[in-house]
Design a protein around this ligand. Structure first.
Ligand code: PLP
Length: 403
């Protein structure tokens, strides 16, 4: 392959010498991708069931996406939000057309999108609620990002404890428990912020009635429902957005990950009075909504539509669920599979997830371990039935080597 200068190990050494040790990367450097396939620095091929953690929805190096980015880069990449940006306005219209929302704000990541949502909710609260009402309720095991405020929204102490003091105004409840939520909403609360399906917390799908209960509670108390769709949004669950599975409309959602098909972009979408709560000067981002990121996102959404990837994600998700359920009947090490569309969690009966992910990697399948006993499967939305059969066979074989 062209341009290969270093081996996996050499890249690993360079990274460990010069990068801050915020990650513990597996000893493989992917240098090329095509669809659901990856190649490492030594030319070994892999089937990608991580997709950049639910980022590369249209697969790697999609020719249309690569061309759209190249064309936009050759024309103009960035001007600042002090001037009008055509792809940004067109992307906002497109997102409004496919969602509940009426207006969008663009930024560069999931954490930034959630930061915008939190500020938007508080600004709306200033305009519409009592001065006491600024608290936002989030869920235990949630994940909303790593900035100081979004790590505070994240209901997991392990991410917070080294960074005290945290910003105030957050309260946590168990996910999926409507009674706990009802008792947590007092006269200090302005919003509830939840993932439709918890991703980093373990692919936790709530009971089908949970979100209608949450929506009713928000309406009764006159507070906002914010959904973090950073992982579930843009087709990942077989629908454009996770909230569509639960028959409700939120007030605010956040997007990032797969919105740009691999190009960094985040978005905060809102409807009703909350959509106009921000005024000039309230919030901003130098890079947010630039020509290049918005052109990448517009093309990503067009590819998802043109290639029928929502239906494919639903169909392939059902296929994987069936195959892994069959496998669970044959292998005691698998407990069950859960999730929606192509956001799936394979629950293992033993604490072998990291070893299993490593054994899969050695056999040419990229999967992600969450904690000790869950394997996350989040392939590109473009995968086919043969890819799914291959992945199931590799997991089955890899399991025999670790249990
Ligand atoms: C649901 C959810 N929200 C927010 C984030 C943070 O996104 P980012 O890493 O782009 O800041 C993530 C990342 O995994 C996520 O899964």
């Amino acid at each position: 392959m062209k341009g290969i200068a270093m081996t996996n190990n050499e890249i690993g050494q360079l990274a460990s010498d010069y990068l801050m040790p915020t990650y513990r990367p597996l000893p493989v450097a992917f240098v090329k991708g095509e669809g659901a396939r990856l190649w490492d620095a030594e030319g070994n091929a892999y089937l990608d069931f991580v997709a950049g953690i639910a980022v590369c929805g249209v697969g790697h190096a999609h020719p249309r996406l690569a061309a759209a980015i190249a064309e936009q880069a050759a024309q103009i990449m960035h001007t600042s939000n002090l001037y009008l940006i055509e792809p940004q306005a067109r992307l906002a219209r497109k997102l409004v057309e496919i969602s509940f929302a009426e207006r969008c704000f663009f930024c560069n990541s999931g954490a930034e999108a959630n930061e915008a949502a939190i500020k938007l909710a508080r600004k709306w609260a200033v305009q519409h609620l009592t001065p006491k009402q600024r608290t936002i309720i989030t869920a235990e095991k949630s994940f909303h990002g790593r900035t100081l405020t979004t790590v505070t929204a994240t209901g997991q102490e392990k991410y917070q404890k080294a960074f005290l003091p945290l910003p105030s105004g957050f309260r946590y409840v168990p996910f999926g428990n409507i009674e706990a939520l009802e008792s947590a909403v007092d006269d200090t609360v302005c919003a509830i912020m939840l993932e439709p399906i918890q991703g980093e917390g373990g692919i936790n799908v709530p009971d089908e009635h949970y979100f209608s209960g949450v929506r009713r509670l928000c309406d009764e108390r006159g507070i906002l429902l914010i959904l973090d769709e950073v992982q579930t949004g843009v087709g990942r669950t077989g629908k454009w957005f996770g909230y569509e599975h639960f028959g409700i409309k939120p007030d605010i959602i956040t997007l990032a990950k797969s919105l740009g098909g691999g190009f960094p972009i985040g978005a905060c979408l809102a409807a009703g009075e909350v959509a106009t709560a921000f005024e000039p000067g309230d919030h901003a981002s130098t890079f947010g909504g630039n020509h290049l990121a918005c052109s990448a996102a517009l093309e990503t959404l067009a590819i998802i539509e043109d290639e029928g990837l929502l239906a494919n994600a639903a169909e392939m998700g059902a296929l994987l669920t069936d195959r892994f359920t069959e496998l669970a009947g044959q292998m005691a090490a698998i407990d069950h599979i859960r999730g929606r569309g192509l956001l799936l969690g394979l629950q293992l009966a033993e604490d072998c997830a990291p070893a299993l992910a490593q054994a899969c990697l050695e056999r040419g399948l990229v999967v992600n371990a969450i904690g000790t006993n869950l394997l996350r499967l989040a392939p590109p939305l473009t995968i086919g039935a043969d890819d799914c059969a291959e992945a199931v066979a590799i997991v089955a074989d890899a399991l025999t080597s670790v249990v």
